[in-house]
Design a protein around this ligand. Structure first.
Ligand code: GLN
Length: 481
């Protein structure tokens, strides 16, 4: 087995014992990338020279650092100083940021090794990574299927052994859904837990950065590395950051698990439903108490999300005008140049969302759509607040289906949008949630289980996820590429 197959905690153990050197890890990572990258397409930019250079410097940090010498991939919507950051858009095809995002800065200070920048749906808008301006990322379990999205490149890179862990961003499910489709672990922290400084904004009130890893322990290690207040992000929360690994291995006897009836409706794959039910049973045998709960406004979540997310996106993306960054088209005058730049620089999904967003914010429709959706958002949050008076965590499938075929949903947008029906409410309410593997279909496609927690209570979801993972061991299966 190559070193590229190992998890963060395994690599860390061997590094600390001086059985291996960071350079050897990187050798194995890049030989894996050379072997399979043409098939899967996880990356937009590969930072090989940079990686070897960083490896030389990590020596001293290995003893204390949690991620020193660990090969990590970063979604290409986090700014990395001096390294191309495209958001998978023609608009930023040549954009080299002059500054570093807080998350990558923290990882750097702790000695991580950047392997490359991963593919995504353009500006993180999508559920399949088919909206990238560059190429699709294929699912390592079945190359004819999507990797999920928008952090499809990050999820595939982890599942296929092209890095030990990766960073993604999640606005409506973009960490959890691709993690579920690729059979790996994806954690969306509480809104405010991780600084968004240097993350190219999609919908600022929903966006959150988090890890995609091979197992739950690594998710806790990564969260330790990136969490915490940041004066550069006014929405980052000044709350205490515990050592998340301490939650692992604790008993879950007496843990109250809520199962929302609204999440088990028609339209769900049979095999997904069965696997999720078996996972819940397994948690019951570990001593958890399972109760049915109701989240009555669930049915409005997708509609409210697509109004709020597009409204915020239309405002955030106004800055891409051909003047400040990246791509610039020709024009007869200034207005013409703006128009041509935005027409040619953005892909169709991004343009669709900007138009929808400006529409719902326009004077005549603001009250009817934007304001109403904000009210719905409050109701959805209240549903969760009420549920969490009774239960400690809420369990649902991550997605109603397993990875779908490439091209299957590109012409049916509603179907594509419904792919996030189980993840979107969590962003609207600002809650933390994790997706972990909970089984495979007969055709060997991974299925994901979502565990949702109270605000800033990542510890309890990690504890429950770890307890399940220990017995189930689905996370040890790897795709055969
Ligand atoms: N798939 C959802 C969307 O298209 C969520 C994207 C995300 O979380 N970045 O908006």
């Amino acid at each position: 087995m190559g070193l590229n197959e190992l998890s963060i905690s395994e690599l860390r153990r061997s590094l600390r014992a001086q059985e291996i050197r960071p350079q050897e890890i990187i050798d194995d990572i890049y030989s894996r990338i050379d072997e399979i990258e043409d098939k899967v397409g996880s990356f937009i930019t590969i930072t090989r020279d940079n990686a070897y250079k960083s490896a030389e410097g990590v020596g001293k940090t290995i003893k204390e650092g949690h991620i020193a010498g660990i090969p990590i991939a970063i979604k290409d919507n986090l700014c990395t100083k001096g390294i191309l950051t495209t958001c998978a858009s023609k608009m930023l095809y040549n954009f080299v940021p002059p500054y570093e995002s807080t998350v990558t800065k923290r990882l750097s200070e702790q000695g991580y090794i950047l392997i490359g920048k991963t593919n995504l749906d353009e500006f993180a808008m999508g559920s399949s990574t088919e909206n990238s301006a560059f190429h699709v990322t294929r699912n390592p379990w079945d190359l004819g299927r999507v990797s999920g999205g928008s952090s499809g490149g990050s999820a595939t890179a982890v599942a296929a052994g092209e890095c030990a862990a990766a960073i993604g961003s999640d606005t409506g499910g973009s960490i959890r859904q691709p993690a579920s489709f690729c059979g790996v672990v994806g954690l969306k922290p509480t809104y405010g837990r991780v600084s968004r400084y240097g993350l190219v904004a999609f919908a600022s009130s929903l966006d959150q950065i988090g890890p995609i890893t091979k197992n739950v322990t690594d998710a806790a290690i990564m969260l330790n590395a990136i969490a915490g207040h940041d004066p550069l992000d006014s929405t980052s929360a000044a709350v205490n950051v515990p050592d998340f690994t301490e939650a692992l291995g604790k008993e879950i006897k007496g843990l109250k698990i809520g199962i929302p009836t609204e999440y088990f409706t028609e339209g769900m794959d049979r095999e997904v439903e069965d696997s999720v039910h078996s996972a819940i049973k397994r948690l019951e045998t570990l001593g958890a108490n399972v109760v049915e709960i109701s989240l009555p406004h669930t049915g409005y979540a997708v509609a409210a999300y697509y109004i709020l997310a597009t409204a915020e996106a239309s405002s955030n993306l106004a800055r891409f005008d051909g003047v400040k960054y990246g791509f610039r088209a020709e024009g007869k005058n200034l207005l013409d140049m703006y128009r041509n730049t935005r027409t040619e620089g953005f892909g169709v999904e991004v343009k669709r969302r900007i138009m929808l967003g400006t529409y719902v914010l326009s004077a005549g429709y603001y009250e009817a759509y934007y304001r109403k959706s904000e009210q719905v958002r409050t109701l959805i949050k209240q549903d969760f607040d009420n549920a969490f008076k009774e239960v400690d965590v809420i369990i649902t499938p991550t997605s109603p289906t397993v990875a779908f075929k490439i091209g299957e949903k590109t012409s049916d947008l509603l179907q594509m949008y419904l792919s996030d029906i189980f993840t979107i409410s969590v962003n609207l309410a600002g809650l933390p949630a994790i997706s972990i593997p909970c089984g495979f279909t007969n055709s060997n496609l991974p299925i994901g289980l979502q565990i949702i927690g109270r605000h800033f209570d990542e510890e309890t979801i990690l504890k429950a996820a770890y307890a399940y993972e220990q017995g189930a061991q689905w996370h040890l299966r790897r795709p055969d590429l």
